[in-house]
Design a protein around this ligand. Structure first.
Ligand code: AGP
Length: 614
């Protein structure tokens, strides 16, 4: 959503803060800013700029003041309240210019607080909810920033993480979190606050995780953590082994392309040693004994966006291999419906970031009703892992591109492992069947690696060049190809901004076929399987209306070429696993079209990598 960073220590911190923001830019990049304190009587040196961080660097290039500052705050914004303007950039200051605050999330009662502050004479300079914080802190400040923050927290409702700095207290930052991420990095004689570990990973790997409602004071040699009652808590730093290079592009033009090519490794790592040659599956951290898992009669899956599409694939896998009914729903709807989950049910929250507000809320609703809730996530220590009874990690590594790719196919892999495990526990899957599936799962990374190293990606670009100027695309699929066409359409729309529709192919004649005109491009997921002939019929229906058909088909299929204009081949795999292989050409197809259009595929407009607000 937004990126926060704070620094106290012995080093000049301006560049540390800007570099940290650059590593958080995937969280939001409408605008950015920082405030520095060098202990002089000049107060804050603050720079804010609309646009990405290159604009902030430009705006601060001739900055003279506070170049030696060793205390500072920085923020990169994804607008929630208030337009994308410089006045709405963080940090926000109190009226006396003494308090600076950066925030991620939403203060839901900010209107009421704003009115109260205005009635007491406060003048606001922005449209944001965040600006109530520095004014409130200033009103409660009597020489101790920590005390002032402690006093205002009970007045706030919403989900947020913020860090505050007072001009009279250089070398000291105070931060807190409530349902939004905030972590502490501990270096030698220096400390960091950040929304995510990559912001300071180059400087330290010693990370302190904090929980909701805890308040933290960082000073160069000290981290003080207090609970809501003001009691001091002992918390030791954990050493993280996150691969720093993962946050670089590794020679690829963009993070997204790098991450598409990292899918074989992501799949292989997600399998790890979890499935044994005898077909048994071991899911560390799942938090549910096999005997209890064997008694599960219902599975609910809640997620958003691409993660929801993984859940739709998981539904086919679990229902087919374990014969357990699966209800899969977008979290933003699930959280407000009458929740029928209960004790004995398994609820899986799928969330790459582990911080998506709607998914966290849906998981909480299910957990309150007694279900066993699992976080299927890519980020260790994320909020979802703390809210759940157990975890099922994808091991896709850091994913910087806003458009999810490797984390998505890794989610499907994790769900496949769970489906095999559940199938064996339910006696719905024989051991030979499980052994065969284990072998097929292991073949997936190899097949995709071979595909990516072949001339297939070049062919995808050639096909993309034929259609890159089209104003609309219809995506169709059947059975397990439906979530694939949903995801393929989402990839194209979110990085190329081209309007797309994605529909079950059987539904197309109940309305969407009216959208087709001479030359309309229709992407059809036509991988091998029991519905292939039905898909071919739908292809003939759309071609009869003048559409141009691009099929995603299984390598070696001899029939499809006669029915379509272009084919994007996918590595051969059993039908139920075909989403994992069919998605790769669709990811590349979207990537190539967006690239041909000259768009920023890593940071698409209006989007953010993590949506920590409703
Ligand atoms: C994926 O390409 C999108 N950026 C978006 O739909 C994303 O999948 C969604 O916001 C959910 O994020 P999460 O997996 O971190 O919960």
């Amino acid at each position: 959503m937004c990126g926060i960073i704070g620094y106290v220590g012995g080093r000049a911190c301006r560049e540390l803060i800007v570099q940290g923001l650059e590593r958080l830019e995937y969280r939001g990049y409408d605008s950015a800013g920082f405030a520095l304190l060098d202990g002089s009587d000049d107060g804050f040196a603050m720079v804010r700029a609309v646009g990405n961080l290159a604009k902030l660097r430009e705006a601060s290039a001739d900055m003279n003041g506070a170049t030696g500052a060793t205390t500072g705050l920085g923020h990169t914004r994804w607008a929630t309240h208030g337009r994308v303007t410089e006045a709405n950039c963080h940090p926000h200051l109190s009226g006396d210019g003494k308090v600076a605050v950066v925030m991620n999330g939403i203060i839901e009662n900010y209107v009421e607080l704003r009115h109260q502050l205005q009635e007491s004479g406060v003048v606001f300079h922005s449209e944001t909810d965040t600006e109530v914080l520095p004014h409130l802190i200033a009103q409660h400040y009597r020489g101790d920033l920590l005390a002032a923050v402690q006093e205002i927290i009970p007045k706030l409702s919403g989900h947020y993480a913020f860090v505050a700095l007072h001009a009279d207290e250089p070398g000291r930052l105070v931060g807190t979190r409530h349902e939004c991420p905030l972590v502490i990095g501990e270096g030698d004689g220096e400390r960091f606050f950040a929304s995510a570990i990559p912001a300071f990973l180059r400087e330290t790997r010693d990370v302190v995780l904090i929980n909701d409602s805890e308040i933290v004071v960082i000073e160069p040699d000290r981290t003080t953590i207090l609970n809501a009652k003001g009691e001091q808590l002992e918390r030791h730093a954990e050493r993280v082994d996150m691969d720093e290079d993962a946050a670089e592009k590794g020679g690829y033009e963009t993070f997204m392309l790098k991450e598409i090519h990292e899918q074989p490794a992501a799949l292989w790592d997600t399998i790890g040693d979890r499935i044994r040659p005898d077909g048994t599956v071991h899911l560390e951290g799942f938090g549910l004994e096999d005997a209890a898992l064997a008694r599960v009669e219902r599975v609910h899956i809640v997620a958003c966006g691409t993660s929801y599409h993984a859940g739709l694939v998981g539904r086919y896998l679990i229902e087919d291999w374990a014969r357990v009914p699966v209800h899969c729903e977008v979290a933003s709807e699930y959280r407000y419906r009458t929740c029928l989950a209960g004790p004995g049910d398994l609820v899986i929250g799928i969330t790459q970031s582990g911080e998506t507000a709607d998914t966290l809320a849906a998981m909480r609703v299910a957990r309150e009703r007694g279900a066993h809730v699992i976080a299927l996530t890519n980020i260790m220590g994320s909020q979802a892992t703390r809210d759940a009874d157990g975890v099922l990690y994808t091991r896709a590594g850091l994913e910087i591109g806003v458009a999810a790719t490797k984390s998505h196919t890794a989610q499907i892999m994790a769900l496949a492992l769970l489906a095999v495990k559940l199938g064996r526990l339910k006696w719905a899957l024989t051991q030979p069947g499980a052994i065969d599936l284990a072998e097929e799962l292991r073949r997936l990374p190899e097949g995709i690696e071979r595909y990516l190293e072949s001339d297939a990606p070049t062919h995808v670009r050639e096909v993309a060049e034929k259609y890159a100027d089209r104003p609309f695309f219809l995506y169709l699929g059947r059975h397990v190809g439906v979530p694939v066409c949903f995801e393929g359409a989402l990839k194209l729309k979110e990085i190329s901004y081209i309007p797309t529709e994605a529909y079950p192919a059987g539904e197309m004649k109940h309305g969407p076929i009216a959208l087709l005109d001479e030359g309309s491009p229709v992407v059809v997921v036509a991988t091998d399987g029991h519905v292939f002939d039905k898909v071919v019929s739908n292809i003939q229906e759309v071609r009869a209306r003048g559409a141009r058909v691009i099929a995603v088909a299984t390598e070696g299929n001899q029939e499809i070429g006669a029915h379509v204009d272009d084919v994007l081949w996918a590595p051969k795999t059993p039908a139920l696993l075909s989403p994992v292989t069919a998605l790769v050409p669709l990811q590349l197809f979207a990537y190539e079209i967006a690239s041909i259009r000259g768009l920023n595929v890593d940071q698409p407009r209006n989007l953010a990598k993590t949506v920590t607000v409703e």
